[in-house]
Design a protein around this ligand. Structure first.
Ligand SMILES: [Zn+2]
Length: 409
């Protein structure tokens, strides 16, 4: 993989770049839809292509458990298995182990856990997650880290980043090739000195890209921005920067302005399936009775397939009756909103008008947003799976994961 840094916006520091991977080129800043189980829920690869999606995220934890990385490798790898010939990024699986799995126990060697599906016992080490991701055939793979819960005590996070660094070294040793590209993950909670230590040492190990982890897990927006603002400048200019799990549109704009290139979040797809639709005026809840007779589209400014063909009244009807088409059309619209937003972001950086674009977007949102709620207030949890629980590492899960099974992106 190669990253081309095309431009840095002089006014904000926003970056315009291009990722070259074995399965194609990705224009950055980019938003990756989540294809948790090897599918972006409710959409076909053809629809993703139609929306201009160039890179998707798939979850190692889920694919490792079902159908298994060895089976996927035997069937020709993940691209072929899911008929997605374009770039794929896989996470390490760590985040899901901390948020979904039962009876997890972290040791120097790695993390042991029981599957949230059937209670079967598993062990993931840094070497193992590299092996799994190599077998899947991803274009970008992630190092195993410990995502500390929020809130967590300083001493806990301090110990945790050292473990993450030792695991990062082992991942690097287990994967010396540049294809797939291996990204290191900077942790450190909301503590500036720990973020600094984590960033410096992760960069010293040397990766093809760097991710900021442990954000969007319950901390305040101001804290999120502060961590990004202080950490991003410690990362090498010429390497891509990926902020894991951040999703609210206004947050994406802030993070782009702070020099982030890549994002993923379950927000557009999950919200689509719950009838929560992103529009140029804010969020719209299609379930609301007031849309029962509305003939207009979800968003008059949107030119997606859903908005060009269907009324709010019809989409509400589909949702109320639980029709599958409703999930598909809602997801398509939300994804289009994100794709369109990122395209506008890239154009604005090229034209050196990003600061104005961002100010205009946020002003419109503040002025007209529905229900007086910003997107971030509606749903803070951005990363796949639930946020890690606070407390001790060794803990018994009481088994309340049913609500997220199969509905977690
Ligand atoms: Zn639309």
């Amino acid at each position: 993989m190669k990253f081309e840094l095309l431009k840095i916006d002089p006014a904000t520091g926003a970056r315009r770049g291009r990722l070259h991977t074995p399965h194609g080129t990705v224009e950055t800043p980019v938003f990756m839809p989540c294809g948790t189980q090897g599918t972006v829920k409710a959409l076909s690869p053809q629809e993703l292509e139609g929306e201009g999606v160039e890179l998707i995220l798939c979850n190692t934890y889920h694919l490792y458990l079902r159908p298994g990385h060895e089976l996927i490798a035997e069937l020709g790898g993940l691209h072929r298995f899911m008929s997605w010939p374009h770039p794929i990024l896989t996470d390490s699986g760590g985040y899901q182990v901390y948020s979904l799995a039962e009876l997890r126990r972290i040791s120097e060697e790695g993390v042991s856990f029981q599957s949230h599906l059937d209670g079967s016992k598993h062990f993931l080490s840094p070497e193992k997650v590299i092996e799994i991701q190599q077998a899947l055939g991803s274009d970008i793979i992630m190092a195993l880290d410990e995502c500390a819960p929020y809130p967590a005590a300083y001493e806990y996070v301090k110990t945790s980043i050292e473990l993450t660094l030792r695991w990062a070294r082992r991942c690097r040793e287990a994967h010396t090739s540049r294809n797939p590209a291996l990204f290191g993950i900077v942790q450190g909670g909301v503590f500036p000195d720990l973020r600094e230590r984590s960033a410096e040492e992760t960069v010293r190990i040397g990766f093809e890209g760097y991710a900021l982890g442990g954000l969007s897990v319950g901390e305040s927006k101001t804290q999120t921005y502060e961590v990004i603002a202080s950490t991003a400048p410690m990362l090498p200019l010429e390497k891509p920067r990926y902020l894991m799990g951040l999703g609210p549109p206004e947050d994406l704009l802030e993070a782009v302005a702070l020099g982030i290139d890549m994002f993923d979040c379950v927000m557009p797809t999950r919200h689509g399936r719950t009838g929560s639709l992103f529009t140029s005026q804010g969020r719209l809840n299609i379930k609301a009775a007031r849309y029962a007779k509305e003939e207009g589209p979800v968003d008059p400014e949107c030119d997606c397939y859903t908005c060009r063909h269907f009324s709010r009244a019809y989409l509400r009807h589909l949702f109320i009756t639980g029709e599958l088409l409703g999930l598909q059309l809602n997801t398509l619209h939300n994804l289009h909103f994100y794709q369109n937003l990122m395209q506008q972001v890239r154009r604005a950086i090229e034209a050196e008008t990003f600061r104005e674009f961002k100010a205009g977007f946020l002003a419109k949102l503040m002025q007209e947003r529905e229900d007086n709620q910003s997107w971030v207030e509606v749903d803070k949890g951005g990363q796949e799976g639930r946020r890690p629980r606070s407390g001790k590492v060794r803990m018994k899960n009481k088994g309340s994961t049913k609500e997220v099974k199969g509905f977690n992106d």
